[in-house]
Design a binder for this molecule. Structure first.
Ligand SMILES: O=C(O)C(=O)C[C@]1(C(=O)O)C=C[C@@H](O)C=C1
Length: 202
């Protein structure tokens, strides 16, 4: 399917018709990946449910954020931007995990039938998303500037994504919190645009 014979006029002939929508700003792609990561929290929760691993694993968080700082710089993002964004992803994951554990304790019939292995199955999937999320965060940079417009686009992208993924309230709330750094981060980047390769925070 390399060529589409009767395709409508190629969009590239227009003057960036999608530029001012959430789609054209890169925010949609970012939100989709954030949802993808958030849904992996279900697998993490299943891996940990009834086992000995607690939801919060500070050592894993430190290692991940160190990786994020390195990858951010390589992606052209201030390390602080990537780290702040990932802190929100981790917090959102913990909210989902705790919510699911409570749900499964209260409703045994909803418990997952299988327990994936955290180290060999679930974390590798999270790790594959990390550089993709950072690239998408970088790509969304134009859409993240201008806090008001950013919020409007981000909300539109979020609502579209949560409908598409049929998220329940637990995941919808976690998604909203996972996205809170997106527009604020844009504002920070704008002011400190010259600061490149700044060290990790925290
Ligand atoms: O890897 C885990 O154990 C997770 O629970 C995932 C995750 C994350 O979002 O990356 C979330 C909470 C933990 O504190 C560490 C990492």
């Amino acid at each position: 399917a390399a060529t589409v014979p009767h395709a409508p006029l190629a969009l590239s002939h227009e003057a960036n018709p999608v530029r001012h929508t959430s789609l054209g700003s890169g925010l949609s792609g970012l939100v989709e990946l954030v949802v993808e990561r958030l849904l992996l929290a279900d697998a993490v929760a299943a891996a940990k449910f009834g086992g000995t691993s607690p939801v919060a694993d500070p050592e894993r968080e430190r290692a991940l954020l160190g990786k994020v700082a390195t990858l951010s710089a390589r992606t052209g993002l201030p390390a602080e931007t990537g780290v702040r964004f990932f802190r929100a992803q981790i917090e959102a994951s913990k909210v989902v995990q705790r919510g699911l554990h409570a749900r499964w304790r209260a409703h045994p019939e909803l418990r997952p039938r299988e327990r994936p292995d955290l180290a060999s199955e679930v974390r590798p999937r999270l790790d594959r998303l990390t550089p993709r999320l950072l690239r998408q965060l970088k790509e969304a940079e134009p859409g993240r500037s201008g806090p008001g417009r950013c919020q409007a686009r981000l909300t539109a992208a979020r609502l579209a994504a949560q409908t598409r993924a049929r998220l329940d309230k637990l995941h919808r709330d976690a998604l909203r919190s996972a996205l809170t750094p997106v527009c604020r981060v844009g504002a920070v980047d704008h002011r400190s645009g010259a600061v490149k390769g700044s060290g990790p925070v925290g």
